[in-house]
Write a protein that binds this ligand. Structure first.
Ligand SMILES: NC(=O)c1ccc[n+]([C@@H]2O[C@H](COP(=O)([O-])OP(=O)(O)OC[C@H]3O[C@@H](n4cnc5c(N)ncnc54)[C@H](OP(=O)(O)O)[C@@H]3O)[C@@H](O)[C@H]2O)c1
Length: 315
């Protein structure tokens, strides 16, 4: 056998390629969040998920896996499958009622804890200082973990300041690596920041082609709070997976509407957490790092914005 292709030579080559990739991503990360958010400089040769750096210095994968509606044995298998394919950011919440399944999936994957970035969220019913502390412990127990990478206030309701005080303490004790918010508007973020000692690192909000959130996008960029897109496909509502503008762009690169959508989020510097129950879709949604939308294509997606939520039942 040609020495070049012996298993050890291939392993060594793979090792060197991986090291080069890691070095490339380290260089990428060192650019800092402010340059990445909204001004991403994608390396089209890179195929692994890159990290962004949050305002507290913690690194977060820019693409992750959402788990809403993935419950029980299905949830467990989906999380394990997603991790096996390369997802490292897993997004759950107390209100999804699947933290146990997510924890079981993590265990089943066999991955080292420190390689993952696990997010959970504090639900409205648990708002307030004492309640938030208790809810955090319950979430952690259900997940079978001893720390969270990111804990978010799920919605700006109830005693937000009390919740944040509890989360600040947990953060300072090292129980959570980063704390943040979800579904907050700029005025609510300003109010929170005026009354706290720890800045939110992330705001997770509904973002997709039909609800692009330009005001929040600019505000979050300016305040160095990372924007994270929930429902990055709008759950397929309004025909996102068959939209002709997105399909025409995808045709050029032989990519699906899902892939063009995720690439669009990525080039805007937004963390996206697509959910799927299908392994083929998990792989498809990861395959977005080998093409690049040009300026004209990015601009062609802008007019798709309807400037209205696709989830009125949740407001
Ligand atoms: N903070 C909040 O308030 C909030 C609110 C909502 C969601 N979230 C988070 O955001 C995550 C994502 O949002 P989401 O779950 O609402 O919806 P989503 O990711 O926008 O869409 C999920 C839907 O897309 C389909 N899909 C996924 N990949 C596909 C592909 N490659 N081709 C065709 N269809 C595809 C899935 O079907 P298949 O299973 O058949 O692939 C599923 O029906 C959630 O899971 C959750 O973690 C947070």
């Amino acid at each position: 056998m040609n020495k070049k292709n012996t298993p050890s030579a291939i392993n060594r080559r793979e090792f060197l390629q991986t090291s080069a990739k890691l070095a490339a991503s380290a260089m990428f990360v060192s650019l800092g969040t402010s340059r990445l958010f909204g001004a991403l400089n994608p390396d089209t040769a890179e195929s692994s998920i890159k990290n962004i750096t949050l305002n507290n210095g913690i690194k977060m994968p820019i693409l992750g896996f959402g788990t809403l509606y993935l419950n029980g044995a299905v949830g467990e298998k989906c999380v394990a499958d997603a991790i096996s394919l390369g997802y490292r950011l897993i997004d759950t919440a107390k209100v999804y009622n699947n933290e146990e399944s997510v924890g079981a999936g993590i265990k089943l994957s066999g991955i080292k804890r420190e390689e993952l970035f696990v997010t959970s969220k504090l639900w409205v019913d648990d708002s307030g200082y004492e309640n938030a502390k208790k809810a955090f412990e319950i979430s952690l127990n259900k997940l079978g973990l001893d720390y969270l990478d990111l804990y978010l206030i799920h919605r700006p309701r109830g005693d937000v300041k009390g919740s944040w005080k509890a989360m600040e303490e947990l953060y300072k004790e090292g129980r959570i690596r980063a704390i943040g918010i979800s579904n907050f508007e700029p005025e609510q973020i300003n109010d929170l920041m005026a009354n706290s000692t720890v800045r939110p690192t992330v705001n997770q909000i509904e973002t997709h082609a039909f609800f692009q959130q330009p005001k929040n996008y600019e505000f979050l960029k300016q305040t160095d709070v990372q924007m994270e897109a929930w429902s990055p496909f709008a759950q397929g509502r309004n025909g996102l997976f068959t939209n002709e503008t997105i399909a025409a762009i995808g045709k050029k690169y032989n990519k699906t509407n899902a892939q063009v959508s995720l690439r669009w989020h990525y080039q805007r510097g937004i963390v996206a957490i697509p959910r799927t129950s299908q392994k083929a879709h998990m792989a498809e949604n990861l395959d977005i790092f080998n093409f690049e939308l040009d300026e004209k294509e990015m601009k062609a997606i802008s007019p798709l914005d309807l400037n209205i939520t696709q989830f009125p039942e949740w407001t």
